[in-house]
Write a protein of this length. Structure first.
Length: 374
């Protein structure tokens, strides 16, 4: 739409539900949609508005671009990743992916990266759509790309207990750089039917789904895979799920994982600091915070219990903390000293900090490519 007039420039019906955001880079839009066996989306007038909200598995060998050469048409999956011209909406390429994308595709250095709800991670050439690599690595978050590494959180199970931690993949080949997970901790919120740590209680998720005609999740959502791997089983739960995605700042990977805030040295994977969240109202296995938004010196976090706070990147000390009555689902946006965040009941909050630090994080992931590094 034209931002000045509101006039529709182009529109297209991609199917329902859409549980991830688009990414925008260099005049192109990248978007996942439930393609299934119908080949490709058809451009047409948008029908009546629908609610479009946004596995456990062992690691399997990477499939390289050479192995995939000539096999693009043989790839199958319940969803498609579409590249379209941002100005006209014309389709440039699309590729099969195994399920919907967690949060959003990520664009960096001429590649499009994505992790899907069944735990598979992908790298595609942004210009041509050629598959660079694919890895079934039990991923649990959208990737962060920095300095030749693709950083994802990853799930593993030991003796029936779910754990989550950070893993570094080589950006060129998709191979794991480490033989263990960094900042590994128990992750009961990723168990089947546990909700994935989304800051919306199950009755609220069911009510929101039912209010827009999803009394039960449509088959196109493939939520059986998402529930098995992440504990997510509703459309609104898939839309709200962000996992423990890390952000990069000044040589450190920073993420909120379960009850912990982690600052990890990107060079060796060791802790710079770790803080544990405590207090009333917390369950033993809970994803407390959404992924952090980054200022220059502080992290800005919103919580499933209604907290909005800043934390020093260097030492983990709390800068400010406020509490509101309702859970906050998504990470804050930062602009010109304002911290903007929405609550689960539709309230929009702007906190004016009076500091220039709260600026430059204008969208989920920081920018249209969803991969802003500080």
């Amino acid at each position: 739409m034209n931002e000045q007039t509101g006039k529709v420039v182009w529109q297209e019906w991609l199917g329902d539900p859409l549980m991830s955001q688009p990414a925008v880079s260099k005049g192109r839009l990248y978007m996942a949609y439930p393609g299934g066996g119908r080949g490709h989306a058809q451009q047409q007038a948008l029908p009546k508005a629908h609610h479009s909200a946004a596995m456990h598995g062992s690691s399997k060998p990477v499939q390289s671009a050479q192995q995939q050469e000539g096999k693009q048409e043989e790839e199958t999956g319940s969803h498609r990743l579409l590249c379209a011209d941002l100005r006209t909406g014309k389709h440039i390429w699309e590729r099969a992916i195994s399920s919907d994308v967690i949060s959003a595709p990520v664009v960096s250095d001429g590649k499009v990266y994505a992790t899907t709800f069944d735990g598979t991670s992908y790298s595609f050439d942004a210009a041509t759509g050629a598959l660079v690599w694919k890895k079934e690595n039990a991923g649990t978050s959208a990737p962060t790309v920095v300095a030749g590494d693709v950083v994802v959180t990853q799930k593993e199970e030991r003796e029936g207990v779910a754990y989550e931690g950070l893993q570094r993949l080589d950006a060129r080949q998709g191979t794991a750089k480490d033989n263990h997970l960094h900042a590994r901790a128990k992750a009961g919120y990723l168990g089947r039917d546990k909700g994935g740590g989304v800051a919306l209680k199950e009755p609220a998720q069911a009510a929101l789904d039912s209010s827009v005609g999803f009394g039960s999740a449509p088959a196109a959502a493939e939520l059986g895979k998402a529930n098995e791997h992440l504990g997510v089983k509703t459309v609104v739960g898939g839309w709200a799920y962000q996992g423990s995605r890390a952000a990069y700042s000044k040589g450190r990977m920073l993420n909120a994982q379960g009850r912990y805030l982690n600052s990890i040295n990107a060079s060796d994977g060791g802790f710079a600091w770790r803080a544990e969240v405590s207090g009333g109202g917390l369950s033993e296995d809970e994803q407390v915070f959404s992924p952090p938004a980054l200022g220059e010196e502080y992290l800005y976090l919103s919580s499933s219990l209604g907290h909005l706070l800043s934390v020093g990147q260097g030492d983990g000390r709390v800068g400010f903390m406020y509490h509101f009555d309702d859970p906050m689902v998504f990470q804050p946006a930062l602009a010109e000293g304002g911290v903007y965040v929405g609550t689960s009941n539709g309230l929009l909050i702007c906190l004016q900090t009076g500091s220039r630090d709260a600026d430059g994080w204008y969208a989920w992931g920081g920018n249209g490519e969803h991969n802003k590094n500080k």
